[in-house]
Design a protein around this ligand. Structure first.
Ligand code: GMT
Length: 384
């Protein structure tokens, strides 16, 4: 099929997932067109059947806020028309679902029909989307999508709770390429981070408030008092300066490194012994799944979709939001002896297998095929 993918090109989970999906679809022979304002960060290397279309947003002195949504809709129209796209799959409702609706209406006027799939990722519903400045547009454009998917059962429930959604939402969990993320650790890299064979604890995120970055530091502090460890902070965002300050205050600078945004996450996950994700909310927690595929058990909060990937006491632990004492104890419990640690590692990998790319991507393909056939029937379009 000829598939258009619209996403944020940044390090956030929705953009990462959308990019990995596009690459996987291309590997299976589909033609994939990414439509976004920057080259997606995970879109590296050349593939003959992947195209990237940049959305340009011309500025004008009148515009305090350049109208990205209109520029995106116009680019969608252009790409659909000139590349014969069979469907548009938009990731993250705001503003992608409403731009897709607009594009679809424009194309309809020209007797061109393109089904739209909206994948809900989390904050587009639970945080930003529910704000009353956006809510009516978000609800409307989700309802106008030809298919809606959510990345966890929890997010599906949250969406129905938050908006008046008249359609079925299909849960298609996020996925990971277990073979790619199950790499052997690079010993030299491990040695640089943990020269005395300390345990390596990892946190990776966009350092927003919802991630509770200070809790990561406190959990690590508790662990480090019992088991010599090093903490690696990957990513960047508004809470980073606060976290750096906290590390200085707690005199932990020698054991904590902030490495910023990184491309080759599989190399980093490979050296991690434990992943921390004490968020206020996670619709899914893609970084936790990628960590598990790399063999790192997870200590997280019992929120959102995290219980759909973490099994308590088997491949990780979950505690109440803010309970850093309990999460610290759980971290110690996992790392306290080699036998327990190896058991958790094996279980984490086994759990990640369930969300392997090979199991999840066909669910999207099935959805596309069903929609495409239905659309051809409804519109009496001649489809091959
Ligand atoms: O976590 C973020 O703030 C980024 C956000 C995004 O849209 O990129 O992540 C959301 O989507 C990810 C991919 O589906 C999920 O794994 C994250 O759990 C979800 N974040 C939240 O729900 C806070």
């Amino acid at each position: 099929m000829n598939i258009g993918i619209v996403c944020y090109p940044t390090f956030g989970g929705s953009g990462v997932l959308a990019t990995e999906l596009g690459k996987a679809l291309a590997d299976k022979g589909h033609i994939v067109h990414f439509i976004t304002y920057q080259q997606p960060v995970r879109l590296t290397g050349f593939r003959a059947n992947i195209f990237y279309h940049e959305v340009r947003v011309p500025t004008y002195p009148l515009f305090d806020y350049p109208p990205y949504e209109s520029a995106l809709a116009s680019t969608m129209v252009d790409v659909v028309k000139n590349n014969g796209l069979d469907l548009l799959h938009v990731h993250y409702a705001i503003p992608h679902a409403s731009s897709a609706y607009m594009a679809k209406q424009i194309l309809k006027k020209e007797n061109k029909y393109v089904p739209v799939i909206t994948t809900l990722h989390g904050t587009d519903i639970t945080l930003v989307g529910r704000d009353k400045t956006y809510a009516p547009v978000v609800a409307f454009s989700i309802n106008q999508s030809d298919a809606i998917t959510a990345v966890s059962a929890n997010l599906k429930e949250e969406t129905y709770r938050t908006f008046n959604i008249e359609k079925d939402i299909q849960v298609i969990h996020n996925f990971v390429d277990v073979r790619r993320f199950g790499k052997k650790p690079i010993d030299a890299f491990r040695k640089v981070i943990a020269p005395n064979n300390e345990k390596i604890v990892l946190h990776a995120s966009n350092f927003r408030k919802i991630k509770r970055i200070a809790d990561v530091v406190y959990i690590f502090k508790k662990l480090n008092e019992v088991i010599p460890s090093k903490l690696l902070f990957v990513g960047d965002g508004p809470e980073r300066p606060m976290a750096e300050e906290l590390c200085r205050e707690l005199d932990l600078c020698d054991d904590i490194r902030f490495v910023g945004k990184q491309q080759d996450m599989e190399e980093i996950f490979a050296i991690a012994d434990l992943f921390l994700l004490p968020s206020e909310y996670e619709s899914f927690g893609l970084s936790a799944l990628e960590a598990m595929a790399g063999g790192a058990p997870v200590v997280a909060t019992n929120v959102g979709g995290l219980p759909e990937i973490i099994t308590q006491g088997v491949n990780g632990y979950m505690a109440k939001v803010g309970d850093v004492e309990q999460m610290g104890n759980y971290a110690i419990d996992i790392l306290k002896d080699e036998e327990t640690f190896q058991r958790f590692k094996t279980n984490a990998r086994a759990q990640a297998e369930k969300f392997d790319i090979a199991n999840i991507v066909p669910q999207y393909e099935k959805l596309y095929e069903g929609l495409y056939e239905g659309f051809c029937r409804k519109t009496a379009k001649v489809c091959d």
